[in-house]
Structure formats: structure tokens, C-alpha cells
Design a binder for this molecule. Structure first.
Ligand SMILES: N[C@@H](CCC(=O)N[C@@H](CS)C(=O)NCC(=O)O)C(=O)O
Length: 220
């Protein structure tokens, strides 16, 4: 019997509904495979309290609950969804392994320098050395984007049809939109736009925006 799926997200979104919190990638995966889900919103205080820490040892969102299964880490959650439902991983075993490789590449090679930029801006921006360090942080991102751009070339997706690897890579690259760095690589910018244009992404984005955007913004 299929169990209801519940994911957690911030009760109050730091980005005001821009879709950068990581519940968006889980919503996107569930929309791609056509699985309904429910949301549970968690306050910043509740994130660090025992009930949530029992689900997520690091006191973060998102978590994923389905029957007696509870998961944390978006890589694991999206892989779980992709393995159980058609639509995010190819049937061919080798192509499937390559799609999973791109998920890991997104999370362990591309995301860390991007997160470093977020940390540099939001948490270290007032430090005396912040301005001096910023070019280094940005160059580390550019080094990876150059390589990724070279590999993607003129292709639509990273390895054949759209997969969970693309879902994760686009989700990670979306974090660079505010800085503009991704727009320095036209094929990557177009790749991100293709991801954002997918109906499943649109549904996921709108669902989170409806929760967080100021009332006047919601009608747009
Ligand atoms: N590696 C984790 C990172 C999770 C994460 O950093 N979540 C952020 C929101 S996007 C969070 O909960 N931040 C609040 C905190 O760490 O207190 C994943 O991919 O799920």
C-alpha cells in the first residue's frame, strides 16, 4: 500500500519564496514522478528541538516521511523518489549509474563552492577580510562552471534524457542566479532555464512561492 509522503520546509522562508531552500528540489522530484505530497512547516526554533532532531540529526530541512521511512539529505531523498517511480532515472543500468553520478557531481563537486559564496556573503560579509577573499570564492565557482559548461556543450541535458542528475544540477546552479555568475556561461544559463521551464519545476516553484511570497506577489 502506498503511504502518504510528508516533507518539511521552513515555516518562514529566508528567501521569501525564491525557491532556493532545498525543499524545492524534493517537491520538483515528486512533481516529475507525479506523486502527491504534504508539507509540514517547521520554525527555526523547532528545527533544533528533539522532535525534529529525531528526523534530521543536523536540525535542517527538508526531511521526507513515508510510512515508517524517514529520510534526510536531499541527495538521498531524490534518489529514493527516482528509484521508486518512473521518470527520473533511465531503465538502462549503465545510463542509470551515470545519472546517479551526475547527482553526486552536483552535490559534492558543484554545490560546495556555490555554498561557500552564500557563506561568504551572508555569514562573513562583515569580516575585515571578506572583500579580499571574495574573488577567490568566485574563481573557484568559475573553475567548476567552465568544466561543466565544456562537458554540457550543445546538449540539452547532461547525459541523454532529463534525469535526477539534471534535476539536482539545475537546483544547485539556481543558487547562482542572484550573483549572476551562471549567466557568464550561456549554455549553462540556457540549461538552467530549460530546467525551470519544465512543468514539474513550475508546479514545485509555485507551491513554495504560494507559501512564502507576500500576498500581493502571489497573484502574479
Ligand atoms: N546537505 C543537506 C543540506 C540541508 C540544508 O542545508 N538545509 C537548509 C535549508 S536549504 C537548512 O535547513 N538550514 C537551516 C539550518 O541549518 O539551521 C541536504 O542536501 O539536504
Amino acid at each position: 500500500m502506498a503511504h502518504a509522503i510528508t516533507i518539511t520546509a521552513f515555516e518562514s522562508s529566508p528567501d521569501g519564496g525564491k525557491g532556493l531552500a532545498r525543499d524545492t528540489r524534493v517537491r520538483w522530484a515528486l512533481e516529475e514522478v507525479g506523486q502527491p505530497y504534504e508539507m509540514r512547516l517547521v520554525s527555526f526554533r523547532a528545527l533544533k528541538e528533539p522532535a525534529h532532531l529525531a528526523l534530521h540529526p543536523f536540525g535542517q530541512i527538508p526531511t521526507y516521511e513515508e510510512g515508517d521511512l524517514a529520510l534526510f539529505e536531499t541527495g538521498s531523498i531524490v534518489l529514493h523518489i527516482a528509484e521508486r517511480h518512473a521518470g527520473l532515472l533511465p531503465a538502462d543500468a549503465n545510463a542509470r549509474a551515470r545519472a546517479i553520478t551526475w547527482m553526486f557531481a552536483a552535490l559534492s563537486t558543484i554545490e560546495p563552492p556555490i555554498l561557500d559564496l552564500v557563506t561568504a556573503k551572508l555569514l562573513e560579509g562583515d569580516k575585515p577580510w571578506a572583500q579580499e577573499r571574495m574573488p577567490l570564492v568566485q574563481e573557484r565557482i568559475r573553475a567548476r562552471l567552465k568544466q561543466l559548461s565544456a562537458r554540457l556543450g550543445d546538449a540539452e541535458w547532461l547525459d541523454g534524457a532529463f534525469s535526477a542528475g539534471d534535476l539536482m544540477m539545475v537546483s544547485v546552479l539556481l543558487r547562482l542566479k542572484p550573483s549572476g555568475i551562471v549567466f557568464e556561461y550561456p549554455n549553462l544559463a540556457a540549461y538552467v532555464a530549460r530546467g525551470e521551464a519544465r512543468p514539474a519545476y513550475q508546479r514545485a516553484f509555485e507551491a513554495q512561492r504560494a507559501l512564502y511570497a507576500p500576498t500581493g506577489e502571489r497573484a502574479r
